[in-house]
Design a protein around this ligand. Structure first.
Ligand SMILES: CC(C)(COP(=O)(O)OP(=O)(O)OC[C@H]1O[C@@H](n2cnc3c(N)ncnc32)[C@H](O)[C@@H]1OP(=O)(O)O)[C@@H](O)C(=O)NCCC(=O)NCCSC(=O)Cc1ccccc1
Length: 343
């Protein structure tokens, strides 16, 4: 087997490089997993770092909109459920940061790239949560969209990402059910509660559709990511799957999805639906959404407030025989200020 450049630190000769590329292509072709020590094209590595880091950042920033309601949950039961859900999202962020680290960048570097605006997080978390119904709607629609997008990613070609997705999907599926159950409970309540649910669904429907990314003909990354087996479906395919899945759920709930163009198309065997406002999407992705500045400022503050914890853990690890002891490696996602400050 040819020596890999990651082992020697030197560029392999062209023949060796061709052999490595063939080996990589064969793994992708067989739908096997590419593992961290395998040779991989630089573009594949970069694309994965971009996507998996963006996914990790989304999980961590995604704690904020729902965290906003922890101190105001209407009952102890709802508070316990919401706390557990938000903690799960922190856990997802941690798996995904670990998966990204296997590709090269350190956790510290990834956090810095997020805070410097060099890496993105999902557009959906730049919208505010204005009522408690939003907690249910996020569970139903946002976790629902996340599941649609992530179930195929369990079969992504990069091993650590695919394995992280398996556990994440199980938990997201549970999150979706808790959101739906919350909305169902409100729909069986008073007229005001039903109105709160409808108003919340009206605000979140279109941003949820945007989570799947731009339309296929405006998605610069999809074709190559699919050729590499990183993505298994196009943005539009997954969006369609999400709409088809959500329509009967909305009917069972008794809410109206705010799209006058939404109707069943017998010929296609799918629902036709309208397009989200793609200009709004671009603005949100560029940092000009309703909560972009607030979300990043909060994340920055939590990171700075957690500096002493990281320093203390490093000093303790140093005295206790090194950083190899996993429990001693500082993990800023566990910083208490992350949730404490979101009120
Ligand atoms: C489908 C897509 C998001 C985008 O496809 P790609 O092939 O990568 O890109 P494409 O060429 O189509 O786009 C062109 C440009 O537009 C960017 N962009 C596109 N869409 C968005 C967007 N929505 N927001 C922001 N930016 C977006 C894209 O990065 C690219 O820009 P770049 O070139 O980087 O500068 C893909 O990355 C993916 O499947 N990611 C994994 C799933 C994932 O990240 N899930 C996270 C949410 S789930 C969750 O957090 C769970 C939860 C629930 C409740 C509470 C808390 C947590």
């Amino acid at each position: 087997m040819p020596t890999t450049d990651t082992e020697t630190g030197m560029a392999p000769d062209p023949t060796a490089e061709r052999a490595l590329l063939e080996q990589f292509d064969a793994i992708v072709e067989r739908n096997d997993r590419v593992e961290p020590r395998d040779w991989m094209p630089e573009g594949y590595r970069k694309t994965l770092i971009r996507q998996v880091a963006q996914h990790a950042h989304s999980e961590i920033i995604g704690m904020q909109p729902e965290g906003n309601w922890i101190s105001r949950a209407p009952s102890l039961r709802r508070k316990a459920i919401l706390l557990a859900k938000v903690q799960d999202e922190a856990g997802h962020g941690l798996y995904l940061y670990s998966a990204t680290e296997t590709l090269g960048p350190s956790r510290q570097e990834l956090t810095e790239m997020l805070l410097a605006g060099k890496q993105k997080y999902s557009s959906i978390f730049n919208y505010p949560t204005l009522s408690y119904a939003d907690v249910g709607t996020i569970g139903w629609l946002v976790d629902g969209a996340a599941i649609c997008n992530q179930v195929p990613l369990c079969r992504t070609s990069y091993g650590p990402y695919g394995r992280a997705m398996i556990r994440v999907c199980k938990e997201e599926s549970f999150h979706q059910r808790q959101g739906y159950e919350l909305l169902m409970t409100m729909m069986q309540g008073t007229d005001e509660q039903r109105a709160m649910v409808q108003e919340s669904v009206n605000r979140f429907w279109w941003p949820a559709l945007m989570m799947f990314g731009p339309p296929d003909d405006e998605s610069p990354n999809t074709a190559q990511s699919m050729a590499w087996g990183i993505k298994r479906n196009t943005n539009d395919d997954l969006r369609q799957r999400f709409v088809d899945m959500s329509v009967p759920q909305a009917e069972a709930l008794g809410v109206t999805l705010p799209d006058p163009e939404l109707r069943w198309n017998e010929e296609r065997g799918h629902h036709d639906f309208g397009q989200p406002d793609w200009d709004e999407f671009m603005q949100v992705v560029k940092g000009n959404g309703p909560c972009n500045a607030q979300r990043l400022a909060h994340r920055r503050r939590a990171h700075e407030d957690g500096a002493w914890v990281r320093e203390a853990a490093l000093a303790f690890a140093d005295k206790s025989g090194g950083l190899d002891t996993p429990a001693l490696v500082p993990r800023e996602g566990y910083s208490t200020s992350e949730t404490e400050e979101v009120r």
